[in-house]
Write a protein that binds this ligand. Structure first.
Ligand code: IPM
Ligand code: MG
Length: 359
């Protein structure tokens, strides 16, 4: 069996980190006898430059063909002055998510033991082993996509509208993903809402409670989003799985990522019924693009998530994750992780080191 992978490197450091992820997948392919067929396509700013659109038809075809999409990063100063709806982030990512109904966004925020001192939180808050949180974010509904949306004229005045809508079935399917994930982890789930003010979030809380009856082993609590933001800083170790809607999940996943101290390390998966998209949480980092110094580990770990969730190759996925832990344990650091100790390496070396440790 050959796995079909669409490769979308994108802008900035995207192509550099993607190369290393493919290098590691090559090692995995040899070691585990897996076959991948890759098709590369343009996305983001480079696609705007060459095809006039951030998510051109050719790229859609490649993605349609694929079983999984490996995504680098999009955006940069060159395209910042375009109208908001034409900018690479919005014009590429949101249509990709919607086209394949990638409703389940999994964003692990894990503190690697070797990097525990990189967290902005004090040692006593981090505990001995740091935290391991999985943010499960609803990705194709809520205020990002609700209609009406737009800037409308009302007499002389303009009025900007976004609409927060959640259907019960949208809440239910993302809640099930979160509960299933919790069952495989520490069996704690925190659902985040704003049920004290927003009616759609009253429904959110109700549906999550209904779904929770099917998972009696999972300990559930419901936090208001402002409190959740605070608790994440006060005591991140209390969290296991965090379930949130599109906008709250966007915000809290960045907060959780930052608390790990190494946003260059964090992968993500966006999963639908048929396909998954896998991308590093960090952006295109135009300030360091082209210098070969970017940290490829988030993209490498995203490839591991692809093996796990799209191809059910758990062993191969774990092999990548263990290789990353080894490399960090041996003291290798890219610039973003380097704090004066250990061995500073560039992007390619980091990719080589991980690839060599795929066993
Ligand atoms: C993310 C990003 C995107 C989002 C933007 C770039 C559209 O912040 O993936 O978290 O808001 O979903
Ligand atoms: Mg975000």
């Amino acid at each position: 069996m050959t796995y079909r992978v669409a490769v979308l490197p994108g802008d900035g450091i995207g192509p550099e980190v993607m190369e290393e992820a493919l290098k590691v997948l090559d090692a995995v392919s040899k070691q585990f006898g897996l076959e991948f067929e890759y098709r590369e396509a343009l996305v983001g700013g480079v696609a705007i430059d060459e095809k006039g659109h951030a998510f051109p038809d050719e790229t859609k075809e490649v993605c349609d063909w694929s079983q999984a999409i490996l995504f680098g990063a999009v955006g940069g100063p060159k395209w910042e002055d375009l109208p908001p709806e034409e900018q690479p982030e919005r014009a590429a990512l949101l249509p990709l998510r919607k086209r394949y109904e990638l409703f389940a966004n999994l964003r692990p925020a894990v503190v690697f033991p070797a990097l525990i001192s990189s967290s902005p939180l004090r040692g006593e808050i981090m505990g001995r082993g740091g935290f391991d949180i999985l943010v499960v974010r609803e990705l194709t509904g809520g205020i990002y996509f609700g209609q009406p949306k737009g800037i409308f004229l009302e007499g002389e005045r303009r009025k900007g509208i976004d609409t927060l809508i959640y259907y019960d079935w949208e809440i239910e399917r993302i809640a099930r993903i979160a509960f299933e994930a919790a069952m495989k982890r520490r069996k704690r789930l925190t659902s985040v809402d704003k049920a004290n003010v927003l009616t759609s979030m009253v429904l959110w809380r109700d549906v999550v409670k209904e779904v929770s009856r099917d998972y009696p082993d999972v300990e559930v609590n419901h936090f208001l989003v402002d409190n959740a933001a605070m608790q994440l800083i006060r005591d991140p170790l209390q969290f296991d799985v965090i379930l949130a809607g599109n906008m709250f999940g966007d915000i809290l996943s960045d907060e959780a990522a930052m608390l790990t101290g190494s946003i260059g390390m964090l992968p993500s998966a966006s999963i639908g019924e048929e396909k998954g998209l896998y991308e590093p949480v960090h952006g295109s980092a135009p300030d360091i693009a082209g210098q070969g110094v970017a940290n490829p580990l988030a993209t490498i770990l995203s490839a591991a998530m692809m093996l796990r969730y799209s191809f059910s190759q758990e062993e191969a996925a774990s092999a990548i994750e263990s290789a990353v832990v080894s490399v960090l344990g041996e003291g290798y650091r890219t610039g973003d992780l380097y704090r004066g100790e250990g061995i500073k390496v560039k992007t390619k070396e980091m990719g080589d080191l991980v690839a060599e440790r795929i066993l």
